[in-house]
Design a protein around this ligand. Structure first.
Ligand code: 13P
Ligand code: SF4
Length: 356
């Protein structure tokens, strides 16, 4: 699955799990579970680091307990700055791996290690390594949504909040870029920077489902709404955006723009933080597969949905879902991640701030 411009959606090329169904908790049971988690976090000197796409209860608990809710760049940064002995990453596996790569001395747990990502799954390390070897004159830039092995083969790691400035910087130095794995984000970066980029062919199963024709129809119904799009979306969706950006950048847009209505093309988990920061604004989910669609999970990542209060409590009790990375891979993978964090610091990009 590399540079070919495959028409087949990624959903049909990899195995996508069904959304897990968690038993409903009444308020009393939920509060008891949260109290148990709070006690375990304190006993184990552990903090929660959550992504905006996980369940709102987990995001709220992270904030209540001195943890952090953020995009993938800020999650990495928070993990390194935190003094806690254990990081409990609520998100997907590459986020837990990044935390471990940067903090080998810390224990990094996740509610489940099964929570992967279609981009990670669509970029196996062996095939990727062969692709790199076939283009030795290219600078290898990989998206954070990849395995530790793939990062170990890269010159740079980027997240969606920093991909544009880093590629602009490399392009200005005359470097040709080999980009993996998200072809839509890569295509967007290529169009915005004019850089010479060779793209791996993979995509996010959630964002690939947003459809340009259906979005156009919704925009006509809400002509005053601002359209917010995550750059993992297809070009015809990005083309209709008022703001294209990382999850934090889209959240900031809801808080800062004067519009009362927003059409949001990203995972619906983000609505929790958007509502929290701008409770009076109306949020409209961008349409996915269009009329007659049968897709149940289009706008919610099935892997992010594997995080819940129930398995968070269980991992704190059992300690079994721990991220472990081979030390030789870790030592190579930390170099391009640290290069990204240094670049962010030097250029004042995405500095951590309180989103509460
Ligand atoms: P952000 O870095 O924008 O949070 O994106 C992570 C991700 O997985 C989006 O699908
Ligand atoms: Fe990966 Fe897409 Fe899920 Fe983000 S939303 S973690 S890119 S599958």
């Amino acid at each position: 699955m590399n540079t070919a411009n495959a028409e087949t959606p990624v959903r049909d090329r990899i195995e996508v799990p069904a959304h897990p169904t968690w038993p409903a908790l009444d308020e009393t049971a939920k509060e008891a579970l949260k109290d148990r988690i709070k006690r375990l976090l304190a006993e184990q000197d552990a903090v929660l680091v959550a992504h905006y796409y996980v369940d709102g209860d987990l995001q709220a608990l992270a904030e209540e307990t001195g943890g952090y809710v953020a995009d993938s760049l800020e999650m990495a940064r928070f993990g390194s700055e935190s003094g806690a002995k254990t990081l409990v990453v609520c998100g997907v596996r590459f986020m837990g791996e990044t935390a471990k790569i940067l903090n080998p001395e810390k224990r990094v747990l996740m509610p489940t290690l099964q929570a992967t990502c279609s981009l990670d799954e669509g970029c196996p390390a062996d095939a990727f390594s062969a692709f790199c070897a076939a283009h030795p004159d290219h600078t290898v830039v990989v998206y954070a949504n990849t395995s530790a092995e793939v990062k170990a083969r890269a010159d740079w790691v980027v997240t969606s909040s920093i991909a544009l400035p880093i590629v602009k910087h490399l392009h200005a130095r005359g470097e040709k870029i080999l980009w993996a794995p998200d072809k839509y984000l890569g295509g967007y970066v290529q169009r915005m920077t004019g850089a010479d980029m060779l793209l791996w062919d993979s995509a996010c199963v959630v964002h690939e489902e947003f459809k340009g024709f259906a979005l156009d129809r919704v925009r006509r119904l809400h002509p005053d709404a601002a359209v917010l799009v995550h750059p993992e979306s297809p070009e015809e969706v990005i083309d209709q955006a008022d703001v294209v950006g990382s999850t934090t950048q889209l959240i900031n847009a809801v808080r800062d723009l004067p519009n009362d209505e927003f059409i949001v093309a990203t995972d619906e988990g983000i609505f929790w933080k958007m509502h929290q920061l701008a409770p009076d604004k109306q949020l409209i989910a961008a349409p996915t597969a269009g009329e007659g669609a049968t897709c149940e999970s289009c706008a919610h990542c099935p892997w992010m949905a594997m995080n819940a209060l129930q398995n968070l409590a269980a991992v704190l009790e059992r300690g079994d879902q721990e991220i472990r990375i081979d030390e030789s891979i870790r030592q190579r993978a930390v170099i391009p991640i640290q290069r990204m964090l240094d670049f962010a610091r030097e250029h004042g990009i995405g500095q951590r701030r309180d989103t509460r």
